[in-house]
Design a binder for this molecule. Sequence first.
Ligand code: HEM
Length: 114
Amino acid sequence: NYNVLEQVYDVTKFLEDHPGGDEVLLSATGKDATDDFEDVGHSSTARAMMDEFYVGDIDTATIPANVKYTPPKQPHYNQDKTPEFIIKLLQFLVPLIILAVAVGVRFYTKSPSA
Ligand code: HEM
């Protein structure tokens, strides 16, 4: 029962010696790096080197299943959105009204002599 997905490798001591560089190694840690490793087309020499860093197998039966996350129900604080909407509208309209009144007052009180 050969399953690459279950082998664990510790590449800590290999980071500096890896011909592909340490960055790619680090980017492949803590996860299933099978595809990353295979995509490069590593040589059989590279495959043989892996033995050196082999730690052991993970018993996949002990990996907890992914629990589906259900967000907690949010209480509806403001179910009636109307007041909020009116306030927003007024915040926009009131300055305009003040401006319009000011312009109007200025217009109608303008002294004809000027
Ligand atoms: C224990 C695991 C690994 C070993 C022993 C290993 C070993 C090697 C070796 C010996 C080479 C030289 C080329 C060859 O012989 O194929 C190489 C190249 C390379 N490796 Fe790895 N590698 C490992 C894991 C990874 C992983 C996980 C990645 C990607 C995330 C990676 C990316 C690369 C790249 C990109 C090259 C190409 C370098 C080039 O052609 O310029 N390696 N590796």
